[in-house]
Design a protein around this ligand. Structure first.
Ligand SMILES: *Cc1c(COP(=O)(O)O)cnc(C)c1O
Length: 352
């Protein structure tokens, strides 16, 4: 089914403000955005309009009660054809947004609508996709409750929008993470598996404390015993041992990263053994000398190596560039796939 999307183009493009050699992150937005409103049980007023502020009631229910979810994805320039851009597994983002929506008592977006809106917006703003090595157009689809009503109940009205901003190459410094035992990111039966806004707000304070101690990020542990490592809060976690690469199995407290799944499949494709299972902090300490590398994965950077982890005042350094073969080969494989530098054995790349 084709949805009817109205298009109002900008009078004058702002693209001259865009310097592909000096991009930064999240400050400059493309000319257009997609917006749709949910009213009387259906998505209406589908439109692409000039990027700009929303007019919202002070009682906007998302602000008070947190019905707010998002996705993060990237569009790339096809290295073989300057006129084409690519998306990586966009239908997975559509599905995950809907899983978040269901848990937060929000309406789902038909996958076909999500994909068509994304497609049409990117067609229009394709000139903003950086052609520079490592650059990409970051795409932010999101949905929030818009009732102007102060009672606690699921909102009747919602807004779904997509905007984009060009991003430069990610500077890949090996990160120091703190194994967190006092705070929890998520709880069983909670919303840890969703990309709901509150998960990120709630992580800022513990993360700031860890940063004061000299860490870059928190490595969250399971909320019951604080024995098993989970993820960092924006990325998933992998440990490379001599004969096995381990990533924590998915639970309700873990976010199922699309990069995580692609890294697992990619590593297997490259001949590595990958196991999804519970991974305890104790195992990381006991097998410390067997660890070839630790890394984290997410859309923003694809993959970042860890320098090491801190646990109860001891820092375990694992980083040794000569041993990070697995991470570098799978990162290269995925990064090359996304820009069509290598052929795509999994049909993951969509070309627009
Ligand atoms: C988005 C996110 C990730 C990474 O997911 P990708 O789909 O790989 O970008 C990991 N953990 C959390 C908590 C996240 O929000």
């Amino acid at each position: 089914m084709k949805f009817e999307i109205k298009v109002e183009k900008v009078k004058e493009s702002r693209i001259s403000q865009f310097d592909p050699k000096n991009i930064g992150f999240g400050k400059l937005f493309t000319d257009h955005m997609f917006v749709a409103d949910y009213k009387n049980g259906e998505w209406t007023d589908l439109r692409i309009v000039p990027y700009g502020p929303f007019d919202l009631s002070p009682a906007t229910s998302a602000i008070h009660y947190g019905q707010s979810i998002f996705e993060g994805m990237k569009a790339f320039a096809n290295v073989n054809n300057d006129h084409e851009i690519t998306l990586f597994r966009p239908e997975e983002n559509a599905k995950r947004l809907n899983r978040s929506a269901v848990r937060m008592a929000m309406p789902e977006i038909p996958e076909a609508l999500f994909l068509q809106a994304l497609n049409e917006l990117l067609q229009l703003d394709r000139a903003w996709v950086p052609r520079t090595e490592g650059g990409a157009l970051y795409v932010r689809p999101y949905m929030f409750a818009t009732d102007d009503f102060i009672g606690v109940k699921p909102s009747d009205n919602y807004r779904f929008a997509i905007f984009c901003c060009p991003v430069g190459p990610y500077y890949n410094k090996a990160l120091r993470v703190k194994v967190e035992e006092d705070f929890s990111r998520a709880a069983p039966g909670g919303v840890g598996f969703t990309k709901c806004a509150g998960n990120y707000g709630a992580a800022l304070y513990p993360t700031a404390l860890a940063q004061k101690e000299g860490y870059d990020q928190i490595l969250w542990t399971d909320p019951i015993e604080h024995k098993f490592v989970e993820e960092t809060g924006t990325t998933n976690f992998f440990a490379v041992f001599e004969n096995e690469i381990v990533t924590p199995s998915l639970t309700h407290t873990l976010l199922a990263g699309i990069t995580r799944e692609s890294v697992i499949i990619g590593l297997k494709h490259l001949g590595y053994t990958v196991t999804e299972r519970p991974l305890s902090v104790q195992e990381l300490i006991d097998r410390n000398t067997e660890i070839k590398e630790l890394f984290i994965t997410g859309t923003a950077a694809t993959l970042i190596n860890l320098d090491g982890f801190g646990f109860r005042g001891t820092y375990y350094n694992v980083y040794d560039e000569s041993r990070n073969q697995a991470s570098q080969s799978v990162k290269k494989f995925l990064d090359d796939l996304k820009v069509c530098r290598v052929s795509d054995p999994f049909n993951w790349v969509e070309i627009l």
